[in-house]
Design a protein around this ligand. Sequence first.
Ligand code: SAH
Length: 338
Amino acid sequence: MTVSQFMQMALMDPKDGYYTNNNPFGRSGDFITAPEVSQLFGEMIGLWTIDIWQKMGEPEAFILAEAGPGRGTMMADILRTLLKLAPKMMAGMSVCLIETSDKLQKVQEDALSSFNVPLMWQSHLNDLPKIPLILLANEFLDALPIHQFVFQDGDWHERCVGVSSQGILQWGLVPTAMKPSLHANPQDGDIFEINTTAQTFCTDLSARLQNNKGAALFIDYGHLESSFGDTFQAMRDHRFVDVLSEPGKADLTAHVDFDPLMKIAKASNLTIKSTTQGSFLLAMGLLERAGRLGASLDVGEQKNIQNDVERLAAPDKMGNLFKVMAFAAEGIDPHGFD
Ligand code: SAH
């Protein structure tokens, strides 16, 4: 099978898939995502959402959607922020969680049911009602299956996963018609990754934003310019493990190549912005909010907040590796990208 089929199965198989059986996030899980580091992250995204809603002309009926919401922590922090700063916004708002894992849908329901807003779950973006949309996604694109292509003996091949005669998973290559085109000439062994699922998602999303108004914000690790490299990785218990060794037990991801996704949005005449997570969070007022949050706390708790801020925004932590990309319908200029 292709790497893409392997990744899809290992993560999403209805019986043995990683997201089917595990509760991967948080300190006790396999990895910690930004919303699980600190409430400050969701609060900054909440502020971004309010600004977009205002720039959309404060539509009464609209959807606030999140793709791949995990434990629902970011959405809970966003809804708390809206309730406090823009309660008017919540009157005509429906919250839609785009989630394929039944298990995680239940966890999200527990996290969000106390908020007095209509909640709905869908497995696909295309099933959302066609009204104005604000869509958010943190560490969603990296979980979508990638194809890998390997340059060998003067030609490109698709990378596959097979089973050896001893029953062990191993890599293989099959012929392909794909000819990845980059500025650099490929050398033997170069790997190029394509996330067709992410591209389809962005194609559908762009059409929707163009037709029904709205904006989208993606946060993920990856690169803003395409390049060669193998970024397929597996993580279990906060450690990198071999990608083929524990299918269904380890989280599989790949770095996001934002460049083709931005090109797709550009073709729909959307406004496109991108920057690093550190620069986005600082522009949204992370330091000011951290200062206010810490003002009434003791020194130990202030130190914890300071550590969380560093973890989210420092260049040697999540600040540079993670990128933020926004798409917006014509006339909406998203904040946070100065
Ligand atoms: N955003 C969360 C979780 C990130 S993990 C956080 O930051 O903590 C990836 C999430 O995407 C999980 O909720 C997983 O179940 C979901 N997911 C993966 N592939 C998906 C797909 N094709 N459609 C919808 N959700 C998907």
